[in-house]
Design a protein around this ligand. Sequence first.
Ligand SMILES: Cc1cc2nc3c(=O)[nH]c(=O)nc-3n(C[C@H](O)[C@H](O)[C@H](O)COP(=O)(O)OP(=O)(O)OC[C@H]3O[C@@H](n4cnc5c(N)ncnc54)[C@H](O)[C@@H]3O)c2cc1C
Ligand code: FES
Length: 286
Amino acid sequence: MDHMLEVEKNAGTISNAMLPALYRIENVRKDTDDTFTLELVPQGDGDGFTFSPGQFNMLYVFGVGEIPISICGDPARKDLLVHTTRAVGTVTKALRKLKRNDVIGVRGPFGTHWPVEDVTGSDVVIIAGGIGLPPLRPALYSLLAQREKYGKIVLLYGTRSPADILYKNELERWRARFDLEVHITVDRGMEGWHGNVGVVTTLIKKAPFDPDNTVAFVVGPEVMMRYAILELHKRGVESSSIYLSMERNMKCAIGLCGHCQLGNVFVCKDGPVFTLEQLSRLPNEY
Ligand SMILES: Cc1cc2nc3c(=O)[nH]c(=O)nc-3n(C[C@H](O)[C@H](O)[C@H](O)COP(=O)(O)OP(=O)(O)OC[C@H]3O[C@@H](n4cnc5c(N)ncnc54)[C@H](O)[C@@H]3O)c2cc1C
Ligand code: FES
């Protein structure tokens, strides 16, 4: 292609990618004390929203700011965009105050995805700590939609306390299935809690998967991810079969500003999903 044409074409793509589309809040759900889920629909007509499990959007609260939040709905539902967010600071707290029919800006989807289509025939173990479950939920929807293509599917999920467990009804439904193993644990039990107590990584040693034929998808706080890697390695899962989603500060989300840079890669564009093998070549904690 002629160089000027290419430059013009890219400039068009960049300005489109930087321009938020307007989405109306169709539904707000309070999941826990500090976490809430927004269901969004496009303002006006549109073809719906297509994304791959593990990708994220930039959500813009008008007059406040823009933040990266993973898409956590079902990839098969193009009509509904779903985001679960923990309120930790300026933008997430402003987002939490919004109500049904309020409008926000959405840019995306951005980033790499869980390799759901590439791991057919394998056992898949999904390990989530706290707010790490939302970015993994679309992968689970996709795996279950083609259940016959995979070996064992195991979800290991840990939270601080029973009150912090997200998507309780859905977890109950998943737990009732014969073709999915769901194990939940909490750091601190409380009266009425009869489940596991202990950090999520303690579940890995007994989890029913074949280490020689397993891929692991892991999201959670840094310390949890480090211990998950240790336990997966102890079981014999290779670094090339361990996938992690990385969080970094983001601004442009299209590989321009450098805010999310990790060595020579941009987490917004080359991630957020990386294999441990890829990460071990970059300057970071893994
Ligand atoms: C690719 C990607 C996907 C993400 N997906 C989700 C998601 O699905 N759901 C979700 O809730 N969050 C997600 N995050 C994290 C989210 O982007 C941040 O929590 C958000 O940017 C914080 O913005 P803020 O203005 O509310 O907080 P700020 O005002 O920027 O920060 C306020 C305080 O919160 C702390 N803080 C900032 N980020 C985090 C964090 N991630 N965890 C704990 N404390 C933090 C800061 O250190 C600071 O002390 C994702 C991040 C990335 C990069
Ligand atoms: S957020 Fe700008 S380069 Fe990644």
